[in-house]
Design a binder for this molecule. Sequence first.
Ligand code: 4NP
Length: 158
Amino acid sequence: MKKVLFVCLGNICRSPAAEAIMKSKLRQLGKEREFVVDSAGTYGGHAGALPDERMREQARCRGYVVDSRSRVFYPSADFPEFDLIVGMDNQNVADLKRLAIHAEERGKIVRMMDFFPEKTPYQEIPDPYYEGPEGFELVLDLLEKAVDGLLEYLQRNE
Ligand code: 4NP
């Protein structure tokens, strides 16, 4: 059993999309029972809200149902619970590292684009919140491949 938590700022755009894409790919591989996949935000201001409608719609066009409710990242519960805590951008990773008390907690924090399986100028999943539709498409393009890389990593380290 592997437990993976995706983390962005608001938990209404990037990390719920990563969660839905990961769950969809695991389902296709027949491996959904081997994983727990969740998402959270470092900022709790959208807690309880459904994901951003722009993200839901564009993900729906690709066959993903993005419908998890936003929640804030809880250091005392989430650090012990999850094996891998995946920040979407450098700020998310820095915020998570600041919240980590023990080295073991810090060691669980990784950056999503570090799993991207190709050469790319992108080191982060860019925040699409103030962008147009192309910002959301870019997030989905990057996430689909980064999740593939993450799945390969998890299989290699089983
Ligand atoms: P997310 O996007 O971190 O990908 O969920 C954002 C959502 C909300 C805000 C910023 C980014 N906000 O400023 O409220």
